[in-house]
Design a binder for this molecule. Sequence first.
Ligand code: PCA
Length: 327
Amino acid sequence: MTFTPFRSLPAAIAVATLALPAAAQSWDMPTPYGDSVFHTQNITEFAAAVEAATDIDITVHSAGSLYAHPEIKDSVRRGLAPMGEVLMSRLANEDPIFAVDSIPFLASSYEEGRALWTASRPVVEEKLAAQGLTLLFAVPWPGQSIYTQTPIESTEDLEGASFRAYNAATERLAQLMGAVPTQVETGDIPTAFSTGRVAAMITSPSTGVSSQAWDFTSNYTDTQAWLPKNMVIVNTAAFEALDEADQEAIMRAAAEAETRGWEMSAAETASKMSTLEENGMVIAQPSEKLSGQLAEIGETMTQEWLEEAGAEGAAVIKAFEADLSNQ
Ligand code: PCA
C-alpha cells in the first residue's frame, strides 16, 4: 500500500489552511446606545481604526440590538461578544467603585471628571481584570440636568413624581428628592413619558436630544451635576490570544478614542443644549434653593458611597482631591 499522508482531500485542505496567515476575525461589539449618540460615533471610529491596523473586523451593534444593556458585560465576560460598551455605574451592584462617577457634584466639570478618572482608573481596571475583562477606554456623558414638564423651583416640585432612573445612583437621587424612581433604558424614554410611566428625568443634553425630550418635557434645569462614563471593555482571553502587534494597535486606537471622546463630550454640552432650545425647551439655571438642596443630596450620597466603598474608596477620593489641588 502506498503511503498517503491524508486520508481525504478535505483533511489535506484543512491542514494546508492552518499554514496560511490568520484569516480576518469578526468581532461583535454591542452597545446600549443608538447610532446618533456621540459615544456610538466614537466607538465606530475606534472600530474603523482597529480594522485598519489589524485583521479584526468589528461590527458595532447599537441600541441594545445584540444584547440588552444588563447583559452586555456578562456577554463580554463569557466571550459571547469579545468587546462591548456599558455605562460604568451600571456595575455598582458588583462594586461601589464603578459608581464613583455618578455622585452628584463630586466631580461635575470636565477637569474634575478627568482627575476623578485618573484617580479611579487603576482600581476599575483591577476589578475588571478579576473578571477576565480588560478596560480599553472610558468617555463621559455631558453633565446631568433635570427635564420636567413644568418649571421647578425646588425638590418639592418633584415630590411624588415618577422619575426616570438609569442606575442605582439616579434611583437614590430620586428617592432623596422625594420622587419615585423607575429604571428606563435610553431607547425606551419616549414611550415611558408618553405612557405616563415617568414624568421627569435627569440626563445629559445628548440623551435629551437623542430621545427628543421636547416631545414630552418643556423645561431643562441646567444642573450639570455629574459626568457618568461609558466604558469599553474586551474579553482578556480574546485580547491575549491576539499577537502583540494587534494588541498594541488596539491599545493605541483605544487611547485615541478616549482623547477624542472626551473632546466630543465637552463640545456636546453647549451644542445639544442649543438643540433643546431650538426645539422649544425652556432652559433655566437652578434656583438657589434647588442648588442648595442638590448640594446637600450630593453630600449625603458622597458619605453613603464612602461608607460602602471603605478604604479603597477613601484612597480614590484622596488621590482625586490631591490631583485637583495640584492643578
Ligand atoms: N445618558 C445615559 C446615561 C447618562 C446620559 O447622559 C442615560 O440617560 O441613560
